[in-house]
Design a protein around this ligand. Structure first.
Ligand SMILES: [Fe+2]
Length: 344
């Protein structure tokens, strides 16, 4: 009897001191996610995850490169169990900086196609985006459009805008061209494209669409999800821009449109590895994929899940046939060539 009441005193003291109960230990039943995403609908999924598995998700949001630096600085002291960032090129960079650990799971391998995850399990793609053409329908006919390569033709002189060489999307597109065409051909392609720029690359993807509508250029290369984001923007001009432009998936009869992912990996020093894997499995499941991708107007990576009505209205498309982790192999060469040929 005495023993039992002593135990009760000890356990209530622990509850008072730590603010948590046995079976709900902070270390075992929560995970910390470093994420560049910050969408309200994500929180609903994390709440559902917590209800289902009893694991709380603590989210720390910041820009991708800041989260990468933070993980580097924190080393083994980090609280982060998962790092979630956009672009396979950036995920590969985090891998090469030794920030991830390899994890294997049958569920992940079933739910995420091989092309969209690291083959050693250092990171897993969760949403997919395409780098497409957007054009002004008054100045460009759909019959004028075909491939990324065609944009080097003199008929496009002074008509094209896209992002700078320092941007990861540009670097990954170039890395994909090196993978497909080889270094020499890819260099000639980039030179030809730069020769047709309407201006020195500047601004983000939305600024490229705005340049098309304002008449600076006729065609922009940009990521699909920005069109969805602009259509739902609180800025009426962005809505007008997105309603004016048209979208085209290049290389449909040849090598496919460049796609990329946003994704996540379990950190090297994760203190809650199993729970972090459970969250990855949950976010790639049929239950979560549609909502998770929809939050940023992206395509689900899980082939069993259809995209939303807006994305479906653009039709299906053929993507580059490429293991995205291979982009990492070519990324430093891509950056070097872009600098050499004067892609600003
Ligand atoms: Fe983006």
């Amino acid at each position: 009897m005495r023993k039992i009441s002593m135990l009760m005193v000890i356990s209530s003291t622990i509850i008072l001191l730590t603010g948590c109960q046995f079976g709900n230990d902070q270390n075992e039943e929560s995970i910390t996610l470093y994420s560049e995403r910050h969408y309200d609908t994500d929180q609903m999924l994390y709440d559902l995850f917590e209800e289902t598995y009893g694991i709380q998700v603590n989210v720390i949001s910041d820009e991708a490169d800041k989260l990468i630096s933070r993980l580097q600085n924190e080393g083994s002291d980090t609280e982060a169990d998962l790092l979630m960032i956009a672009d396979a090129g950036r995920l590969e960079r985090a891998k090469s900086l030794d920030l991830f650990q390899s994890v294997e799971s049958e569920i992940l391998n079933e739910q995420i196609p091989e092309s969209y995850r690291d083959e050693q399990g250092f990171w897993y793609g969760l949403t997919k985006r395409a780098r497409v053409f957007v054009y002004h329908p008054d100045r460009v006919q759909i019959s004028d459009l075909s491939t990324y390569e065609d944009l080097t033709h003199p008929k496009w002189k002074g008509r094209i805008v896209t992002r700078s060489a320092t941007n990861i999307y540009t670097q990954s597109l170039m890395a994909s061209m090196i993978a497909i065409k080889g270094e020499q051909e890819a260099r000639l392609w980039a030179e030809g494209l730069v020769a047709n720029f309407a201006r020195d690359p500047q601004g983000n993807d939305r600024d490229q669409a705005k340049a098309v509508v304002s008449g600076i250029a006729d065609l922009a290369i940009m990521n699909t999800y920005y069109i969805g984001r602009m259509l739902h923007s609180s800025d009426p001009y962005e809505v007008e821009v997105a309603q004016t432009i048209r979208i085209f998936f290049p290389n449909q009869d040849t090598t496919g449109t460049h796609v990329n992912v946003s994704g996540a990996g379990v950190t090297k020093y994760a203190k809650n590895k199993e729970n972090a894997m459970k969250l990855l499995e949950f976010l790639s499941s049929e239950v979560a994929q549609r909502a998770f991708a929809d939050a940023n107007f992206e395509y689900p990576v899980n082939p069993d899940v259809a995209p939303n009505a807006l994305l479906s209205s653009w039709g299906t498309f053929v993507a580059q046939d490429m293991i995205l982790s291979n982009l990492g192999i070519h990324s430093s060469k891509a950056t070097l060539i872009l600098n050499e040929i004067g892609w600003k």
